[in-house]
Every structure is written in structure tokens, then in C-alpha cells.
Design a protein around this ligand. Structure first.
Ligand code: CTP
Ligand code: MG
Length: 232
């Protein structure tokens, strides 16, 4: 019989939330009585995932440990660590904190609406494809623009997807991709983990079906939408 695989999650909560324009970082804002960050941790805690690394802002570790991990009894959180300046710095610290794993689920703590079905799709896809990202087909037409805001290209809508998290990888593969990133930092801005793999490795990244509810809380109106999802 094959050995049981180890699934680890890295939940990112080290951002400043500048687009939210609130005094409190958005991951700690209250949504239906609980912090935004609670919901993603709850989904991983109640899933097949074995271990969770929570990456938070420097100086927020003990707040997270007491007011979130202990308060809500998240037993799978093995590390609460400080993130870095950019999202990819926070991810890299999370990867290094893990004492090995077979698969890593990298997730924005600002996306509260992951559920069991989505996590199972993530699991099936990573086991088959090794590098995967959640996404949904774009509802709107997407345009590529030049630096002056003129349209440079219009990709066919059937080929444009909006990318979400969890982004899920074989652990050695994502570890290698991030090691290479720090050796050959590209000029372009790195905005997700799939991009690190695309840029640094030859491995193709498979998109799997996320959900239209799996929004990232980014600007104030997202909180209104999120509240409405919790009350349907
Ligand atoms: N994140 C992180 N470390 C960073 C930047 C972002 O862990 N240095 C996390 C955020 O906490 C969030 C996720 O990455 O859960 C997605 O990032 P984003 O939505 O851009 O959040 P912020 O960077 O906090 O927001 P903004 O860009 O508006 O400042
Ligand atoms: Mg950001």
C-alpha cells in the first residue's frame, strides 16, 4: 500500500491591505462576527490538509496565535511566522518554515470562501498535474493595454480566466521555483505563485475550477459582497 501523502497549507495574512483603506489590516476585519482570516483557516482545519503555516505581519504573530489560532481552536496550525515585504517574500518564508510535505496549498487569507468541494478539486488536480491554480473563466472581455491606456490586444474570452487561490504544487517543485526566483529575479512584477513556476521552470500550470464566490477581499465594497454571501 502506498504511503499517505502529506498536504500542507500556507495561509497568507502579511499584507497591509492598502486598497481597503482601513486602520486594521483587512484580514482582521470582522465579517459576520469573525475575522476575515478565520474563514480560510476553518476550511483548511476541517479538510484533509494535515498542517497549516500561517504567515502574518511582523509583530502580529502573538496576536494571531492568541486571538485567532487559540481562540478558535485551530489545531492544525503548526507555525505562525512573519511574512515579508512582497507577497512572494511571505510565500517563500512559508515554504521554508515547512518541514517537508508532499503538496503545498498556497492561499490568500483574504479569500474567505473556499470550501470542501474546492479543496477536493485542488487535491485531485495537484495529484495529477503537480502545479495548479484555481480560476474561473472571465465574465468580462479582458483587454491588454499599453502604458498609455490604449488597447494593444483583445484575447478571445474563452481563453481568459480570472486567477484565484489556492494554488497548489508538489512541494519540491515550488521550493525549487522559489529558490530560482531569488537567484534570477525578473523585471516583471510577480503577482502569484503560478507565475513563479511559469517563469522559473518548464512545468506547465493547470487551472482547475475555483468558484465565482471565491473573491479576494480587496476594496471596501468586497466586504458588502462577502456579508451578502454569508447571509444567503
Ligand atoms: N500578502 C502577504 N504578504 C505580503 C503581501 C500580501 O502575505 N507582503 C497576502 C495578503 O495578506 C493577502 C494576499 O497576500 O491575503 C493577497 O494580497 P493582496 O490582496 O494584495 O493583499 P494586500 O497586499 O494586503 O493588499 P493591498 O495590495 O491592497 O495592499
Ligand atoms: Mg498586495
Amino acid at each position: 500500500m502506498s504511503e499517505k501523502k502529506r498536504h500542507a497549507a500556507i495561509v497568507l495574512a502579511a499584507g497591509k491591505g492598502s486598497r481597503m483603506k482601513s486602520d486594521v489590516p483587512k484580514q482582521y476585519l470582522i465579517l459576520n462576527g469573525k475575522p476575515v482570516l478565520y474563514y480560510a483557516l476553518r476550511a483548511f482545519e476541517d479538510s484533509f490538509v494535515d498542517e497549516i503555516v500561517l504567515v502574518t505581519g511582523a509583530g502580529q504573530e502573538s496576536y494571531c496565535q492568541k486571538e485567532i489560532v487559540e481562540k478558535y481552536g485551530f489545531q492544525k496550525v503548526t507555525h505562525v511566522i512573519a511574512g515579508g515585504k512582497e507577497r512572494y517574500d511571505s510565500v517563500y518564508r512559508g515554504i521554508c518554515a515547512l518541514d517537508g510535505a508532499d503538496y503545498v496549498y498556497i492561499h490568500d487569507g483574504a479569500r474567505p470562501f473556499i470550501d470542501d468541494a474546492l479543496l477536493l478539486r485542488a487535491k485531485e488536480n495537484v495529484e495529477q498535474y503537480h502545479a495548479c491554480a484555481a480560476g474561473m473563466p472571465s465574465k468580462d472581455t479582458i483587454k491588454i493595454v499599453d502604458k498609455d491606456g490604449f488597447v494593444a490586444d483583445t484575447p478571445q474570452r474563452k481563453y481568459t480566466w480570472m486567477i484565484q487561490t489556492p494554488q497548489v504544487f508538489d512541494y519540491p517543485l515550488i521550493h525549487d521555483a522559489y529558490e530560482q526566483l531569488y537567484q534570477h529575479m525578473p523585471e516583471v512584477q510577480i503577482t502569484d505563485d503560478a507565475m513563479v513556476v511559469e517563469t522559473m521552470l518548464q512545468t506547465p500550470v493547470k487551472l482547475y475550477e475555483g468558484s465565482y464566490n471565491n473573491i479576494k477581499i480587496t476594496t471596501p465594497e468586497d466586504l458588502v459582497i462577502a456579508e451578502s454571501f454569508l447571509h444567503v
